[in-house]
Design a protein around this ligand. Sequence first.
Ligand code: ADP
Length: 463
Amino acid sequence: MHKKIRLLIIISVLGLLALSGIQGYLINNTYKLEKAAFISETRKSISRIDDLSPNLDIINEIWQDGFLNVLADYRAKIIKKQQVLPKFDSIIATVNDLYITAYQKDLRDKNINQTLKFQKIVRTAIVFDSIQRDTLFIDTNKTPLHLLGDYFTLEEGHKVSNSLWLTDHSSDRIVNGSNKQIAFNLQFETEDRMNIEGWEKIVLGRMAFLLFISILIFLLVFGLLFYAIKSFMTQKKIADVKTDFVNNITHELKTPLSTLTLAIKMLKVDADNSSSANTRNFVNTIERQNKRLQKLIDQVLNNSLGYQEIQLKKEIVNAGDYLNMIIDDFQLSLGLKSIQIDKKITVNTEIYIDKFYFTTALLNILENAVKYGKDDLQILITANSNQNFEISISDNGIGISKKELKFLFDKFYRVGNTEVHNVKGLGLGLYYTNQIVKAHQGKLLVESEVNVGTKFTISIPVK
Ligand code: ADP
């Protein structure tokens, strides 16, 4: 039982962990989707600022003219290749602040509320003519060349778009005292990138409701599971203590009861010989009640036995003889009560049973038929043998409603109508009967209809 509980708790906790894992995975996916959606929205809203803004246009023209002049100097060999990029830098340094201010103004005009930084980085810069291609810069993805705008690293930003500036240029330069025409083409590829400050917070903010509900449900399920396990353990502890107590006390009661039984037997001999009718009646009453007390105590002691614990001493028994004997004894024990018992026992099979336990099971059912019967009670006992050996005991008593039938073999279960509460009992008889039948690898079945009657069938394998 302890093993079962531990297994149950482990399975519940594992189930909860798996559920949390799935929940975490779904939240993570939602986070990724929300992030992608947010970045794409922002990208869309800023994508054309650079092209459409007149202020940025003027600034772009300034640095682009400057770049072309530097490149013309380079082509005329007035400056060296390694001087080109530093010269670009110094041109950018003169316009960059203006560029950032103009860009931020355009963002405000477009009502873009996020704190957003923007930059252009160079992917490739190639000067070429019909004869040769001269690569000034090519991006290896690791060290981007910052061109314009704010400074932030590749990891800190997201790509907005690529742009290509393809142009041709021709101008004159004085080289070695003579005028020389310089002509070239330029391929200048850039990438626009943005950095949205606190985008994580914004995305999480959009998911706040989902996160709140998820955490709430998780806490609720976790709390309920914890509460259920805790109450289950407490209940189990209380039940164990109760069972131990009941077992101990009933056990202690057995010894004085046995002494009492012995004393009653002796008293009865004396009373039968010499006492008045009144005394004999009293002694009989004491004997009956003593028997009843003993039976109740046996029932309570047996209730702690599950079918696995019942140790059967099986023997081969002739089914017909055995049943007839049990029924005859039972009929005798009813004394003068007018109860009609019919039997249809046609079998002569041999069955392999523990006579003591099996008799207890049969008597429990027969006694119940009497206890919960009505006037003009009729009991029908049939036995037949096919693949299994089956004994059915039907009565025309008060019956049991459908919804109560499924609890009938539970410990301490008694049907809840007042008619039944007039009859004393502990609700252990059928539980024990079912355990005995199970110990015989059999099945106990019940069919019943209120006010019509009840039929119990014991089915055990034929040996
Ligand atoms: P007890 O008789 O001590 O209450 P049992 O386990 O023998 O306990 O029976 C459980 C309950 O099933 C009874 O309280 C009674 O309500 C119902 N029951 C059992 N047998 C019959 C029957 N033959 N007819 C109607 N009700 C029955």
